[in-house]
Design a protein around this ligand. Structure first.
Ligand code: PLP
Length: 397
């Protein structure tokens, strides 16, 4: 190496993309604590706390509630790799990129996949899912609770009962929703539920809670073939995350402290209060963007609070604007994927950042950079509308 590599002092950003979001300082402090070995009794007690706190946050009594070492996608892959055997029928509800992800992973593990599709920016018709489940008789139904690519919020209350009636397992991607809107694992009869750290839980990316019930556990135990993946084999991982402590991989112990602290923060705040906070921030942002003259994307009846999708005004160059916003205001927002790339921004108000303060900072930055590019935007950047919606939002909560 012929150059000096200096200190690294990353700038402080306001992370309002689709994750990671800014962790609470308490989570960052937990990461800096001394490293423990994975079988140290002090550490195994931390694993227990994660399981206990995870049950409260997932609203479940499932014994099998732990965390996958990896991001949200790893969590989903662990679930599908462990449930699917070659030739199994899997039904996927697909209204965006994370529906596509279910299709991709299930296909790789040998499933015969059928889909119920919704146009991007709309939700799936629950009746169409029910009809397809009754017709196709899948072993597994996979649904995305919050479709981060489009900002759509899929209602899930009735589908669990239909899956039971069809003798199918229900697996749900709650990666973006857990800790931001209600996720009722037991009441909705979700058999396996996936989360992700760097969304509303407010961790840096790298660890992802999972929970599954006895129906799912029985399906794992009844496999005819071993799980193809070693790293993502839930039949082994569940024995590691149990008093048995069967050695599997070396758990990222520091990230486990951070996860414990992030879950503890949620339980301290209370799920209801936390969901209300996310709703208020999301309402404020949506009202502010509309007042700024921008058009919100997707079906207005089913918008997620923690991810707001908004159309990029005609003639505005997406990438250079986001870079300007980052450089001048330290604010990160995201574009979208596939057909929406360069056409829709997605703005996250998750976890620690689900606050009016974040919303006003985003609006102010957008106002200035849009104006600098010749877009006529009102003075104040919609912040009065945002304040108004924020105040009104508590009245109905
Ligand atoms: C972010 C996200 C994922 C993937 O999570 P990674 O942490 O990026 O692996 C999956 N599903 C949804 C709905 C998400 O928002």
């Amino acid at each position: 190496m012929n150059r000096a590599v200096g200190d690294f002092n990353p700038p402080t950003r306001l992370l309002c993309g689709t994750g990671p979001t800014n962790p609470d300082p308490r989570v960052l402090r937990a990461l800096a604590a001394p490293v423990l070995g994975q079988f140290d009794p002090v550490f195994t007690a931390i694993m227990h706390d994660v399981m206990d706190l995870g049950r409260l946050v997932f609203r479940t009594t499932n014994e099998r509630t732990f965390a996958i070492s990896g991001t949200g996608r790893a969590c989903i892959e662990a679930g599908l790799a462990s449930l699917i055997e070659s030739g199994d029928r899997v039904l996927v509800g697909n209204g965006g990129r994370f529906g596509d992800l279910f299709v991709d992973i299930a296909t790789r593990y040998g499933a015969r996949v059928s889909q119920v599709q919704a146009e991007w920016g709309t939700i799936l018709d629950p009746q169409a899912i029910a009809d397809a489940a009754r017709r196709e008789r899948p072993r597994l139904v996979c649904l995305v609770h919050g479709e981060t690519s489009t900002g759509m919020w899929q209602p899930l209350d009735d589908i669990g009962a239909i899956c039971r009636e069809c003798d199918a397992l229900l697996a749900v991607d709650a990666v973006v929703t857990l800790g931001g809107v209600p996720v009722e694992t037991d009441a909705w009869q979700i058999d396996m539920c996936f989360a992700g750290g760097q969304k509303c839980l407010g961790l840096p990316s790298g660890m992802s809670p999972i929970t599954y019930n006895e129906r799912a556990e029985r399906a794992l135990a009844a496999r005819r073939s071993p799980v193809i993946s070693n790293y993502f084999d839930l039949t082994q991982l569940q024995r590691y995350w149990s008093p048995e402590r069967l050695n599997h991989h070396t758990l990222p112990t520091s990230m486990t402290y951070a996860l414990r602290e992030a879950l503890r923060l949620i339980v301290e705040e209370g799920l209801e209060a936390r969901c209300l906070r996310h709703r208020r921030a999301g309402d404020a942002l949506k009202a502010g963007l509309a007042a700024l003259g921008l058009e919100l994307f997707g079906d207005s009846r089913h918008r997620l609070p923690m991810i707001t999708a908004v159309r990029i005004p005609d003639g505005v160059e997406d990438e250079s604007l986001r870079l300007q916003l980052l450089n001048e205001f330290g604010v990160e927002i995201a574009t979208s994927f596939g057909p929406l790339r360069g056409r829709v921004w997605r703005i996250g108000t998750m976890g620690y950042n689900a606050e009016l303060q974040t919303v006003l900072a985003v609006l102010q930055g957008l106002e200035q950079v849009l104006r600098s590019r010749g877009v006529a935007v009102p003075d104040g950047g919609g912040s009065d509308a945002a304040r108004g919606a924020y105040a009104a939002s508590i009245a109905v909560g």
